[in-house]
Design a protein around this ligand. Structure first.
Ligand SMILES: [Zn+2]
Length: 173
């Protein structure tokens, strides 16, 4: 594949692209068809302390992963889950927020102030979906999945909290 943008500066991502070449050499990624082989979908946070596949013993090809700040069941998450359930072999869904999550421990005003400071610009227009009560939000998010008209009751849905200090999942709902 040829670069489409002549202004690309190779060095900007060199370390990662080099690592990718080693990854491609060491891993046989061919032969997968894109379904979730283990029948699992996980909605979780973008947090770098979470390894969604590894934390439940899964690997390449096993699961559909949807991530966003807070691990919330947003309209896009539901879109992914509907696709997963009907077209990609998903039969079990885990919704997994986590301890010490920035969007569940900060106020919208505080996050907005920190972003505005970092950007040196007004951030008042940027939506920031903070979570007031994390457990109540999880219950509501699981309910959204369970009651979705296109997600059948045969699909198992669990709400868990991942502890970033112990690595353990605790089921809440
Ligand atoms: Zn988080």
């Amino acid at each position: 594949m040829r670069a489409l943008d002549s202004s690309i500066v190779e060095a900007e991502f060199d370390d990662l692209v080099t690592a990718n070449a080693a990854y491609a050499e060491a891993n046989d990624v061919s032969g997968f068809d894109g379904v979730a082989r283990a029948g699992v979908a996980i909605v979780t946070c973008m947090d770098s302390r979470i390894q969604p596949l590894e934390m439940v013993g899964l690997g390449l090809g096993d699961a559909k992963i949807f991530r966003n700040p807070g691990g919330r069941v947003t309209p896009q998450a539901l879109e992914a889950l509907v696709l997963g359930v009907h077209l990609l072999n998903v039969s079990r869904i885990l919704v997994v927020p986590h301890t010490r999550c920035a969007v569940a421990t900060s106020s919208e005003a505080d996050l907005r102030r920190r972003i505005a400071e970092s950007a040196g610009a007004d951030a008042s227009w940027q939506p920031l979906h903070v979570v007031g009560d994390q457990l109540a939000a999880l219950v509501e998010d699981v309910r959204k999945v369970r009651t979705h008209p296109l997600i059948p009751s045969s699909v198992l849905v669990g709400g868990f909290v991942y502890d970033v200090d112990t690595g353990l999942l605790e089921r809440v709902v």
